[in-house]
Write a protein that binds this ligand. Sequence first.
Ligand SMILES: Nc1ncnc2c1ncn2[C@@H]1O[C@H](COP(=O)(O)OP(=O)(O)OP(=O)(O)O)[C@@H](O)[C@H]1O
Ligand SMILES: [Mg+2]
Length: 308
Amino acid sequence: MQITSVVNQKGGVGKTSLSVGAAAALAECGRRVLLIDLDPQGHATTELLGLPEAAPDAPSLARALTKTWKGPVEDLIVSHRRSNVGAGGAFDVIPTSPGMFDLVRRLDQFRVPGWQLARVIQFANYDHIIIDCPPALDVLTNNALMATHGILVPVQPDRTSIRALRLMREQISYLEKAVNRSPIAYYGLVPGLYRRPISGYAAAALQELHGFGIPVLPHLPLGVVMNEAAARGMPVTTFAPETVQAVAFRQIAQTLDSVVGQHHAPPPPDEEFVFEDFIADVSEARDANDNGARRKLYDLLPKRPRPR
Ligand SMILES: Nc1ncnc2c1ncn2[C@@H]1O[C@H](COP(=O)(O)OP(=O)(O)OP(=O)(O)O)[C@@H](O)[C@H]1O
Ligand SMILES: [Mg+2]
């Protein structure tokens, strides 16, 4: 299973369009794909795929991430039925849900705030998982980065995108060191949202983006067909399969498919068993159940103070 996050803290650069387009193109060629709508705005779910958000009392991504619901990941998943799906493939979605906007505050209170998404999806069984990230380098994006093998970065060819990319790279290398995880692969930059023919200004910015040493993938220039497809809750590969955008999504999907199995798994969620917590549990049980005879032994062992 290959996990790809679509990341850029800059808003409105095409993350959601790329997440949906790449996921749909993979499903179209017979891959089993799960798209996770991790952006509290919920645009992938509601605006692009025309799906409802999870009901307030149903199992949901927000509840799973905050551990207020602990069931199998399958209970969070809905299928997208208006997409072309090749033989053997699937296009499934973990939709947005009530409580997503409050998540950043609530996840920050966890002792290990970055591992919740990895825990939720650890038993999912797909060829590809695609994660649509919010426009922020926040705890939600960190959750995606901790779980992911690699990233796709949509960029608009202009000066602010170059600075944004630099900041993002710094954040990612900081995160890799902070949690001691294997390097996150940069599958590619996807330039988009520019008018054709490309202006001299945009072409110069594009040239500078090439200088980052990250593969530059097929472009997604502006096209009203993207909005028309979204208005019908369909991916553009299904709605307008011959357009330049649909063709680009298929090529990007091929790139993702070609790197499957090329890297090590990201580290497993590390919050399930923590030795110090185990000792603290034993110690608490001891305090409750015995007369203190074993106190000396446990008091020698490391314990981590925990909020009550
Ligand atoms: N190739 C395209 N042609 C025309 N419109 C597009 C194209 N790609 C994206 N858009 C439109 O541009 C807007 C921003 O795109 P999108 O929502 O994918 O960006 P985003 O990075 O996910 O935004 P946010 O940061 O708010 O999550 C949307 O209204 C979308 O419909
Ligand atoms: Mg978005």
